[in-house]
Design a protein around this ligand. Sequence first.
Ligand code: PEP
Ligand code: MG
Length: 596
Amino acid sequence: MLGGTAASPGVGIGRAYVIDPRRFHVPRREIAISEVDSEVGRFVEGLGRTHDHLEAIKNRLPHGEHRQILEAQQMMLRDPDLTTRVEELIRGEHVSAEWAVDRVATEIRETLERADDGYFRERGSDIAFLAERVLLQLSGEEAGEILPPPGSIVIARDLSPADTAELARAQVVGIVTAGGGQTSHSAIMARSLEIPAVVGVEDILSHVQSDDMVIVDAIEGVVIVRPDAAELERWQNVRTRYEVFEDRLQREHGLPGIARDGTHIVLRANVALEAEVASARFHGAEGVGLYRTEYAYMDRDTAPTEEEHYRNAKHVLHRFAPHPVVFRTFDLGSDKPTRLVRYAEREHNPAMGIRALRLALRERDMFLCQLRGLLRAAVHGPLRIMLPLVSGVSELREALAVINQARAALAEERVAHDSEVPVGIMIEMPSAALVADSLAKYVDFMSIGTNDLIQYTLAIDRTNDEVGYLYRPLHPAILRLVHRVSAAGKAAGVSVSLCGEMAADPRYTWVLVGLGVRELSMHPSAIPVIKSIIRGSTLSEMEALAREVLDAEDADEAERRVLEIMESKFPEHLLHGGGQRLVAETRPRRVREDGG
Ligand code: PEP
Ligand code: MG
């Protein structure tokens, strides 16, 4: 049994089909000056054929969304960083097209791989795959089609998105790769093609040979090679249960999160990266409940411009129309570092230092710049602005004054913007939860951020594994704060949502809805499971459980009771298969100094 990262959920059982790592050794070949023009022509033709080949693969794809990944690859093929540079090399150094492609791709890949951000590092492997496809076309070989027998489990060092798309056509039932991560395009592609995949199983190639029986458990993230009869039977049962569960989710896809008594729970997505936009739409999110804008500030030396904020927000609004998108103003500092401001370096306790809204209020120009971009984009769709880590009324008033300042400046400059944009706050500190009734008078909505609320209420650093055992979402103190905030919202006629990781765990759905939360925002792939729970429940049973656990003496008692009720009502797979996996996949997203 080998461990890796579950990248696309499901269970696959079949015979291994090992794809040899395709390695190209491209020797430097000099050409005569008289051959330069035809060599450039050969390169351009090779590019064209690669483009057409990707187009053919794209057109065979069943769904719409993930075609964008292949379109992005086609765009990379036209990128002047690649094409002009290759041509320059052929002309300047009189070398073969193959050598020039290989060298330029290596340069781009090495630059991307030096990035701190995992997302950019993954793009490095996209470049390598593309170069490989161009080299195949230049070599005149058929462009590397991998078509294993139907029902195979494909084992490879790594796969390009195009390879992965082809595997779906071949009716492959599982994928195991030595490389790759959650955000690699092949992982994204596998998820949307619904092929169970476990990635990052480093030494897989030394343990498996073609034709070996293999089980891919892409719920737990394990691969079993040459299972015995008992293991095989056990996993066949797991697979059947999973398929029943998936069938149900599929039937409910596109339906709203309406409970059996008609109560509508709005299910929105948490989004930080462009790749998650497609996933959020794919999983049926009714808009975005938390857009983490701080990612746009990381790994760069200048803050995003007003124009960048405007263009990005406009783009995201278009993708989710007619649903709303809640843009949280940058939540930087502490463990979300940026080179742009470095308060954390001087702080002994950055989680309690200059971060989030406190930082925005100090860095007024940066804050105003973002607010102006967002207010301008709001003319293109239902945009909402949300302030992070608000501590109380006076700080909120100060922030609202800055928003008014941005509005006034835009009005004076006669720049198109929406001056009525709804403004809300995150409730992430016990102080804010306790005065939620006062805060509610100033805002249009409130969203409970349980990741930080738990950290600050229970005094546990959410990035410190040593105290991880104390991170108890069902601690009665947390439940009472959530209840208090939803009651304050209800009294003031202000909507209350919850966007911490708690929202993505199906075991907690009854308690949260029962406590009065009517909107949940979560990692996109958690939406179907949570929707399924809601559609199988009534508000009165959810409220009864919430009342019971509010009076629990401690987290142990609350957890026991919640599990007892939820397990009696829902299949194990729904609570622990899908849900557990999703929660593990989407633990509170934190970026450490070491980029981990
Ligand atoms: C939270 O604190 O619950 C939250 C959603 O914000 P973040 O995880 O980005 O701090
Ligand atoms: Mg937070």
